[in-house]
Design a protein around this ligand. Structure first.
Ligand code: GLN
Length: 204
């Protein structure tokens, strides 16, 4: 099968996600089509099998992708409802993780955890460090944290899949994943492979 991946193109490292997806496709042998999504109508027309919400600035993303009545493109509320109805796999990175945990569209969070934006401090507190990923058999992963949010640790009501020191920085709820770091800014495409595998398994 060919997996159609819907990439929310509002802001942030979306071109890096395209490169990671292409690499993930080559490494996994799963064929993909990448659908660039900016508006509600594109989302509704494209019928994708999996979605990516890249990082950026969550306040800007909420404004540009928010409700049409408030001047946004409408893609975010449409995507959140679609994810709730379809249970399609989704990967949210950094600001994308903030939106999945705190969608503010009147519906339930897509992942059950509270998240605190800019919790590490200013841009100068951005850093790179090793993250330990239990999803990949406790493998080390290069964690790139850019003005990253933090999960409120006691609020997490789903599986923790990535740790930085003792702190949970990646969570999973069925085939929904939220990471506070940026795998698309590394050469390691295992999270993107995971997303493609979720989509190809769910259609079997
Ligand atoms: N600090 C950003 C926010 O609050 C997230 C940063 C990122 O996505 N790299 O939205």
């Amino acid at each position: 099968m060919v997996v159609r991946v819907g990439l929310c193109m509002l802001q942030g490292a979306r071109h890096a996600h395209i490169r990671s997806l292409q690499q993930a496709s080559e490494r996994s042998g799963i064929e993909i089509v990448i659908c660039e999504l900016r508006t509600e109508s594109q989302l509704l027309k494209q019928h994708c099998d999996a979605y990516i919400l890249p990082g950026g600035e969550s306040t800007t993303l909420r404004r540009t992708g928010g409700d049409v009545k408030s001047g946004g493109s409408g893609i975010l509320p449409a995507l959140f409802s679609h994810l709730r109805e379809s249970n399609s796999p989704v990967l949210g990175t950094c600001a994308g993780a903030i939106l999945l945990c705190d969608p503010r569209d009147g519906g339930d969070p897509l992942l059950p955890a509270s998240i605190d934006r800019n919790a590490y401090g200013r841009q100068t507190e951005s850093f790179q460090d090793i993250v330990t990923v239990s999803l990949f058999d406790i493998a080390e992963f290069p964690g790139v944290f850019i003005r990253a949010p933090r999960f409120e640790q006691s609020s997490i009501r789903c599986e923790s899949i990535a740790l930085h020191n003792e702190e949970v920085v990646g969570i999973r709820y069925d085939s929904r994943m939220a990471l506070t770091f940026h795998p698309e800014l590394t050469e390691d495409s295992r999270f993107h492979i995971w997303l493609l595998q979720q989509a190809s398994h769910s259609s079997e």
